[in-house]
Design a protein around this ligand. Structure first.
Ligand SMILES: Nc1ncnc2c1ncn2[C@@H]1O[C@H](COP(=O)(O)OP(=O)(O)OP(=O)(O)O)[C@@H](O)[C@H]1O
Ligand SMILES: [Mg+2]
Length: 277
């Protein structure tokens, strides 16, 4: 499990604190969404989870290891994989295969094991046919899948994704989200930062951050019913939830705790049927 205790963080060049006492636990196997307005500290928070940043105050524990402990950092980085927003910043190899092999290569594993891991990881994300391609010939969605494969090749327990779809077109986005969900079904814990709430409508739990604090920690259905509160924070809500909320404002008898397209279709067809004489 990951445990964050009273985490305070202040960038050296900034006078005020960016994280103001965050405490949370993430259990193995969970799918956790993190949302909040621009600049609220989401990226700063998750950069603590693999020790990229070290707390100004408080502690971050990964499977009982403290991220402040230099002896633990390599192990922590192996079990907590990070996927960032811009796929181009994450590709290091001259070919897809070489890129995915980079992490396990750094672990000093024997070459056959490295090749095996690279091949298996590419197959999991559906990119095995592209192993020999130079990464710059891939679409952004494909690059992001390769970045995920690179993380998988380290055999992580946790994958942290920071707005992984914001550079992707709709089909790339769909592929990446499907792969992330499949990885969670296989038991990998997912921590997914996003501005797009549709992406985390099926998460187990959502943390809402504001001004460096966790202001809400709930399952999606409960988070998304707070339409006006979320809007006040400057957070977008799923389009279908917004639609239901607007209909409700117009006096229509619809549920507002709807956050998937399927549920919205069912609710709307009930509404239409009720109107038909
Ligand atoms: N390297 C840095 N040096 C100084 N200040 C920083 C640095 N990175 C972020 N900040 C500041 O810290 C605050 C939190 O930034 P952070 O990137 O964690 O927010 P975020 O929630 O990820 O925002 P976004 O939704 O825009 O990605 C902001 O005020 C930002 O300007
Ligand atoms: Mg960010």
């Amino acid at each position: 499990m990951i445990r964050v205790e009273d985490l305070v963080y202040q960038y050296e060049v900034k006078s005020e604190r960016v994280l103001n006492g965050i405490s949370l636990e993430i259990e193995e196997g969970e799918y956790v969404g993190i949302i909040g307005p621009n600049g609220c500290g989401k990226t700063t928070l998750i950069r603590h989870l693999d020790g990229l940043l070290s707390p100004t105050e408080g502690d971050v524990w990964v499977e009982g290891m403290n991220t402040r402990d230099p002896a633990a950092v390599q192990k922590i980085r192996q079990i907590v994989g990070m996927v960032f927003q811009n796929p181009d910043n994450q590709i290091v190899g001259m070919s897809v295969e070489e890129d995915v092999a980079f992490g396990p290569g750094n672990l000093g594993l024997p070459p056959p094991e490295i090749r095996k891991r690279a091949g298996e990881s590419l197959a999991i994300v559906g990119m095995e046919k592209h192993a020999r391609r130079p990464p710059h010939t891939l679409s952004n969605g494909e690059k992001q899948l390769v970045a995920i494969a690179g993380v998988l090749a380290m055999e992580p327990k946790y994958i942290v994704l920071d707005e992984p779809t914001s550079y992707l077109d709709p089909s790339g986005r769909k592929r990446v989200l499907r792969v992330v969900r499949e990885l969670n079904e296989k038991g990998i814990t997912i921590i997914h930062v996003t501005h797009n709430m549709d992406e985390i409508a099926e998460a187990d739990e959502i943390f809402v951050l504001n001004e460096g604090r966790i202001v809400l920690r709930e399952e999606p259905a409960k988070v998304f019913t707070r339409v006006e509160w979320l809007r006040g924070l400057g957070v977008d809500i799923p389009k279908v939830t917004e639609l239901m909320w607007q209909l409700r404002q117009m006096g229509k008898d619809v549920r507002t705790n709807i956050f998937t397209m399927e549920d919205a279709c069912l609710e709307l067809s009930t509404l239409i049927r009720a109107r038909t004489p």
